[in-house]
Structure formats: C-alpha cells, structure tokens
Design a protein around this ligand. Structure first.
Ligand SMILES: NC(=O)c1ccc[n+]([C@@H]2O[C@H](COP(=O)([O-])OP(=O)(O)OC[C@H]3O[C@@H](n4cnc5c(N)ncnc54)[C@H](OP(=O)(O)O)[C@@H]3O)[C@@H](O)[C@H]2O)c1
Length: 344
C-alpha cells in the first residue's frame, strides 16, 4: 500500500516540485497540500499556480490553521515541510509527536546545536534534543542514518553542491592540512523562493555576489565538511540551477589518479551523481545539463605541479538541492525504489 504524504508550503517552488514527484511515485500517495491559514492561494488548485502541473497534480491548496497542525499527521504518514525555517522549527516537533515522519526542507534542523540559529537565523532554537536527533539529509553520505530517522533535515542547495564536491577529497585525506577551500557559486533566482521581492525582480537581478562572508550556508558547509570554508554565492539571471567552482590545495605529492580514485570510491553505484571525468572527459558540468533533473554533476582537473585541484559541481537547486533529494531520502528511509528519480 502506498505511503500517504502531505506537503506544508505546497504552493512554493520546492513544494510544487514535491507534489509532482509524489504524484508520479508508485509507492507514495498525495494526501494533503497546505498553505498558511491566511494565504490568498488557499482554495486554489496547485496546478493553477504552477501550470506545468495541469493534468498532473489535481490537488487543491488547503489553509492550515496553527492549531490544526497535528491533524496533518492524522492524514499523512510522511509530512514535508517546504516552509521557512521558523515555521519548520515550530511545526516539526508537533508533527513528530503526532506520529509523522518529517522531511524538512528548511535549515531548522540541519545543525546539531542551537548556536547557529541565534547567530545566523534570527531566532533561538527551542528543541536541542531534536537537533541532536535529526539526520542531515545529504543522501549519498548519510544513507544508513536516514534509514532509521524520524526527522530528516534535507541538506541546503549550495551545501549539497559544495559538499558533494568536497567530501570525497576530505574522506580520502587529500586536502592539505589547514587549507580553507574557497567556494564560488552561482544560483538561479528560484533559490530565494516564490514570493516577489525587489532583489528577485526581473529588472533588478544581475550577476553579482551577495552575502559575502556572511551567508548562512557557509557555517552549514563547514559543519558538515569538518573544516572551515570561504563561501561566496552569486545571483544569476536565470530561473534555476547552481554551479559551484572550488579550488582546493592538495596534500603534497597527490596525483590526479588519487583524486580520480577518491571520486570513484565515493560515488560508484550512486545514480544521482554523475562523474564527468568518467562519462565525458574534457567537458564540464553546466546549468543546462542538470536543470529539471535530480542529478549532481561533478568534474575536476588536477595540476600536480601546482598541487591543486579545481572541482566543478552543478545541481538544480529545487531538485537535488531540495525536493528530489527529499524524495531520495524518503526512498532510503522507507526502502522504496529510486523512482521517480532515475529511470522513471
Ligand atoms: N528555493 C530553493 O532553491 C530552496 C532550496 C533548498 C531549500 N529551500 C528551503 O525550502 C523551504 C521552502 O522554500 P521555497 O523556495 O519553496 O519557498 P517559497 O517558494 O517561498 O514557498 C513557501 C511556502 O510556504 C507557505 N507558507 C508560508 N507560511 C506558512 C504556514 N504558516 N503554514 C503553511 N504554509 C506556509 C507559502 O504559502 P503562503 O505564504 O501562501 O501561505 C508557500 O507555499 C525554505 O525553508 C527554503 O529555505 C529552498
């Protein structure tokens, strides 16, 4: 029998992607699409807002009153929180207590201590025991922990692109001691969510850095890599997709073959990561190759004389950086097939 799923924050960019994937998934069933109690979209068909879903997703958006959150868990075994951090922080404990398994797309449970929330998210975290319990949903690296989890904190978009690129080198002990990787990344405008603001308005968006040495994803990447990083995001004038370019100083004497072996060891058999050095040597990951796909594409080149590698990572921020990674985590958690991620 199919597992029932509800999405809180269903009208947003990541929520709509989740609805499409759940509808196509043979072992999942959509049981509720929610927006806030006062939302002007309540009562509308989701597909009337996201018209690629016409004829695909039939559901209507329901208003969710704050005192009705537990009722979502009586309709659905799995609840996705596609909401901003503070709402996820408030709702996840109540949904867990009501018996749901929760997949949170926000950052509300991505750290295992409360300090980053006061420092970077503008609220004091009230649930240290859940921070301790939550499993970081970076699917290729945390499969075993995800299998037993009640609360999965799906990894952020830039952190997914950055960590999938850097963790194989870290795990193989190839990054020079004390070296601080510099990650330069660009994201499409959907990374900021669906709500209109001046900074994501068509006439305002340019290709420019933002959040320099202050972006919330810098501590998330550092925490889950296990070493500091310098992370510089850029806003790109395209709808979706991330490319991260990272230069890393290697341990003295590291060969290109050792770097190749580190990526092969990390990702052989992992169908959502595509290694360009194996599949199409000499070409590089790009936005076009990953948009609307669940893949992370990785390419790298080693300069043995200089002792550096440059790694390039590309994902769709709304899919591998959010919703398809959430479904990957569901598949792992409940032992389902990879559908609809690969070959579906
Ligand atoms: N966009 C990305 O690339 C990306 C990638 C990774 C992670 N994330 C994270 O995923 C989460 C969702 O991001 P998004 O880009 O999909 O945001 P979004 O497009 O702004 O959508 C937010 C959704 O939450 C709903 N909402 C707001 N308050 C609510 C409440 N009290 N109860 C129920 N629903 C409520 C909104 O509808 P109403 O306001 O009409 O109620 C809307 O459906 C965020 O935490 C974000 O940081 C986003």
């Amino acid at each position: 029998m199919a597992l029932t799923c509800a999405i809180i924050g269903a009208s947003g960019y990541t929520g709509a992607e989740l609805a499409a994937m759940i509808t196509r998934h043979p072992q999942l069933q959509l049981a509720g699409l929610y927006v806030s109690a006062g939302s002007s979209d309540a009562g509308k068909a989701l597909a009337s807002l996201h018209r690629t879903l016409l004829g695909v997703v039939d559901g209507v958006l329901e208003p969710l009153a704050d005192d009705a959150v537990e009722q979502v868990a009586s309709r659905a075994q799995i609840v996705f929180l596609a909401t901003e951090h503070k709402i996820s922080h408030d709702y996840a404990p109540r949904l867990l207590a009501a018996g749901a398994t929760v997949f949170d797309l926000s950052a509300a449970f991505r750290f295992n201590d409360a300090a980053p929330y006061s420092a970077h998210y503008g609220f004091d975290h009230q649930f240290p025991e859940l921070l301790n319990e939550a499993v970081y949903g970076l699917a290729e690296w945390n499969a075993d922990a995800i299998k037993g989890a009640r609360l999965i904190a799906v990894a952020g978009c830039y952190p997914t692109a950055s960590l999938l690129a850097l963790k194989p080198l870290e795990a193989a002990g190839l990054i020079a001691p004390g070296f601080v990787p510099a990650i330069n990344a660009v994201s499409g405008v959907s990374g900021a969510g669906r709500k209109a603001t001046l900074t994501n308005s068509f006439c305002e968006v340019s290709y420019n850095p933002y959040g320099v040495l202050a972006h919330r994803h810098q501590p998330e990447i550092a925490r889950h890599l296990g070493r500091p990083v310098v992370f510089t995001p850029h806003l790109g004038n395209f709808p979706r997709g991330i490319v991260a370019t990272i230069a890393v100083q290697l341990v003295a004497g590291t060969t290109a073959a050792q770097v190749d072996a580190a990526y092969a060891a990390a990702y052989t058999g992992k169908s959502c990561v595509r290694l360009y050095n194996q599949r199409c040597p000499g070409s590089w990951p790009s936005i076009n190759a990953v948009v609307k796909t669940p893949f992370c594409d990785l390419g790298w080149k080693v300069d043995e004389a200089l002792g550096h590698v440059v790694v390039v990572s590309a994902i769709d921020n709304l899919l591998k950086g959010a919703s398809s990674q959430a479904i990957q985590c569901v598949n792992m958690r409940f032992g389902l097939t990879d559908f609809p991620l690969v070959g579906g």
